[in-house]
Design a protein around this ligand. Structure first.
Ligand code: MSP
Length: 520
C-alpha cells in the first residue's frame, strides 16, 4: 500500500511520578528509528503518550494532596512533554488516555466486544495485587506474595467481566510460528513461546468502582470501570483514529515497530495480538522488547523504577552534559535488547572517548586545517571527486547496506559500530597522511586529503543524524552547508564527491568538550 505511513509506537507511561532515564531510553530508541525512516523518504507516524487511569494514578494524586486527579495528571504530563522537547523526540502524535478521542473509542470497542460475545460476566475468586492491579491464579502464588512486585496479595471474590483470550492460544502459537520476526530480540520470542505452552486464562477486564473509580466506565455496566491495561493497549489504535477516521487509520495501522521493555512484553505479545485479532485488525509487524537500565546501590543491582525510588533524572544529565551525549550513551553503551548498568562514570568515559575524542576531534581538526591552510575554503580536488581514496572506498561502498541490515532488526549498537569504523579510519588517515607536512611538499595531495576528509565527514554527519541530530546539524553548518542535514536522503552516505568546492567553513566550537573529572 503506497500511502501507508511507517508507524512506530512507545508504551504510554504511567504518570504517577516524574520521567526517568528508563522512559527516556524507549523514546530515544523510537525517535532514532523515526528519524532514520524519514531520512529514507518514508512518511512516519510516531506515537507516544501517557497512561493516566487506574489505581496507581489515583493513589499518587491523593498522596500529592491533589483531590482532582485530572489536575494532578496535567501537572505530571507536562514534565514528560518537557523532557521529550529537550531530548528532541520527534513524535507525531501524543495520546493521553484521559482524552475524549481515547475514552470514546475504548467504549465503542468494549460495546462491540461485548455484543459479539468476546466479553462475558463471571465471578472472580483469587489473589489480587493492589499496587500492580493484577490478578494471580493459585498456581502462580507462593506465600500470598505478588510474583511481580513482592508485595502482599489479597484474596478477593467479586463479579467481573472477562475477555475470552483462552480460546486464542492455539491461533497465537500458529501466528508466532509463521512470523518468527514478530517478537525481537529472538530470546524474547522464545520466552513468549514457552509461556504459551501453558493454558491461557481469560483476562479480567473490569474493576468494580467501589475499589477503583478513576477510569473508563463500562458501557454495559455503570458500576464498573475497565481495567487499565486493557484500555492502555488500545491507545495504539484509538490515537490513529480506529472507528473514527477511517482513512487516516488505514494509512497508519498496522504498526511497523512497537517498542517496550521486557517487563511488559507479555501484554504486547500475547494479549494485544489477541485483542487485535478479535477486532479484525492486522497485527504489528514487530514488537521490540528492550532491556532494563539497572542501578547499582549498596544493596546490590536493581531495576531503576519510580516505586524503588532509585531513578536517575535525565534532565540533570542533559543540564550537565548535553542532550546528544545522553542519546548517544543510551544507545551505544548496551546492545539494544540487553540490560545495562547505569553509572555516571561509564557515561563520562563513553562520551569522552567516542564523542569528544573520536568524533568531535575529527570534525574540529578538519575544520581547523581548512581554516589554516585554505582560509576557511574547502579546496578543489578533481582527483578526490572522481574517485574515493582506497583508504575509505571499501567501507563507504558497504556502509549503507550494513546500516540498513542492522536497522531492520533495530540493532543500534551495530549501526554505531559501523559508523565508528569510518570515524576511526578518518582519524588514522590524518595521522598517515600528515597534512602538516604536505603543505610544503605536495599541495595537490594536501587538497586531495582535505577534500577527502570533508567528504567522509559529510557521510558521517548524515549517518549520525538520527542519533545525535543537534550536534550533526551544528557541524553541518560549520562546514558551510546552508540546508538541514536531516532533510538529506540517508542513501547519500554511499555516494562520493558530494562536497561543493569552495564552500566556506567556520571553525566553530568543539561539539563535545572533554568532560574533566577531578582525581579522587
Ligand atoms: N503504562 C504502562 C504501559 C502501557 S503501554 C500500553 C507502563 N508504564 S511505565 O511508566 O511503567 O513505563 C513502562 C516503560 O518505560 C517500559 O516498557 C520501558 O519502555 C520504560 N522503562 C521504565 N523503566 C525502565 C528501566 N528501568 N529501564 C528501561 N526501560 C524502562 O508500564
Amino acid at each position: 500500500m503506497k500511502n501507508k505511513k511507517f508507524c512506530i509506537t512507545t508504551p504510554i507511561y504511567y504518570i504517577n511520578g516524574e520521567p526517568h532515564i528508563g522512559h527516556a531510553y524507549t523514546n530515544v530508541a523510537a525517535d532514532v528509528l523515526a528519524r532514520y525512516m524519514r531520512m529514507r523518504g518514508e512518511s512516519v507516524y510516531f506515537l507516544t503518550g501517557t497512561d493516566e487511569h487506574g489505581q496507581k494514578i489515583e493513589k499518587a494524586a491523593g498522596e500529592s494532596g491533589e483531590d482532582d486527579v485530572k489536575v494532578f495528571c496535567d501537572s505530571i504530563v507536562s514534565k514528560f512533554i518537557g523532557l521529550w522537547d529537550i531530548l528532541n523526540i520527534s513524535y507525531d502524535d501524543f495520546i493521553r488516555t484521559t482524552e475524549f478521542r481515547h475514552e470514546e473509542t475504548v467504549k465503542n470497542i468494549l460495546s462491540f466486544l461485548y455484543k459479539e460475545g468476546y466479553i462475558y460476566e463471571s465471578n472472580y475468586e483469587g489473589w489480587y495485587c493492589m499496587p500492580c492491579e493484577t490478578f494471580w491464579i493459585e498456581s502462580q502464588v507462593e506465600n500470598k506474595i505478588c510474583p511481580d512486585c513482592g508485595r502482599e496479595l489479597e484474596f478477593i471474590t467479586e463479579k467481573n467481566y472477562f475477555l475470552k483470550v483462552s480460546e486464542y492460544r492455539d491461533w497465537l502459537r500458529g501466528y508466532l510460528e509463521d512470523n518468527k520476526d514478530f517478537i525481537l530480540p529472538q530470546s524474547r520470542f522464545n520466552e513468549v513461546i514457552s509461556f504459551l505452552e501453558n493454558p491461557l486464562t481469560d483476562l479480567c477486564i473490569s474493576r468494580p468502582k467501589e475499589r477503583v473509580s478513576w477510569g473508563i466506565t463500562l458501557p454495559f455496566d455503570d458500576d464498573y470501570i475497565t481495567y487499565v491495561w486493557f484500555e492502555a493497549l488500545l491507545n495504539y489504535i484509538t490515537a490513529p483514529g480506529f472507528l473514527r477516521e477511517d482513512d487516516s487509520f488505514k494509512s497508519i495501522w498496522p504498526a511497523d515497530v512497537q517498542f517496550m521493555a521486557k517487563d511488559i512484553l507479555r501484554y504486547h505479545a500475547v494479549y494485544w495480538p489477541i485483542m487485535l485479532h478479535m477486532l479484525g485488525l492486522e497485527l504489528p509487524a514487530m514488537v521490540f522488547s528492550h532491556g532494563w537500565w539497572l542501578i547499582e546501590r549498596e544493596e546490590g543491582i536493581d531495576k531503576m523504577s519510580k516505586s524503588k525510588g532509585n531513578v536517575v533524572d535525565p534532565r540533570e544529565l542533559i543540564d550537565r552534559y548535553s542532550t546528544d551525549a545522553l542519546r548517544y550513551f543510551l544507545l551505544r553503551e548496551v546492545p539494544f535488547g540487553m540490560d545495562g548498568n547505569f553509572s555516571e562514570s561509564s557515561f563520562i568515559k563513553r562520551v569522552n572517548s567516542d564523542l569528544a575524542n573520536d568524533f568531535g576531534n575529527l570534525v574540529f581538526r578538519t575544520l581547523n586545517m581548512i581554516v589554516k591552510y585554505y582560509d576557511g575554503i574547502i579546496p578543489e580536488s578533481k582527483k578526490a571527486v572522481n574517485s574515493c581514496d582506497e583508504f575509505f572506498s571499501f567501507k563507504i561502498a558497504s556502509i549503507y547496506e550494513k546500516i540498513e541490515e542492522s536497522m531492520k532488526v533495530v540493532n543500534y549498537h551495530n549501526v554505531l559500530e559501523v559508523i565508528w569504523e569510518l570515524i576511526s579510519a578518518a582519524n588514522k588517515y590524518i595521522e598517515v597522511k600528515a597534512p602538516w607536512k604536505l603543505k610544503k611538499e605536495d599541495p595537490d595531495e594536501l587538497a586531495y586529503v582535505i577534500y577527502t576528509l570533508s567528504d567522509v565527514i559529510r557521510i558521517v554527519l548524515i549517518a549520525l543524524t538520527p542519533f545525535i541530530p543537534e550536534s550533526t546539524q551544528k557541524a553541518w553548518s560549520y562546514f558551510g552547508y546552508k540546508d538541514k542535514v536531516k532533510e538529506h536522503d540517508y542513501s547519500e552516505i554511499s555516494s562520493w564527491g558530494k562536497v561543493p568546492f569552495n564552500q566556506v567553513v567556520e571553525k566553530g566550537e568543539p561539539l563535545f568538550p572533554r568532560i574533566e573529572v577531578e582525581d579522587q
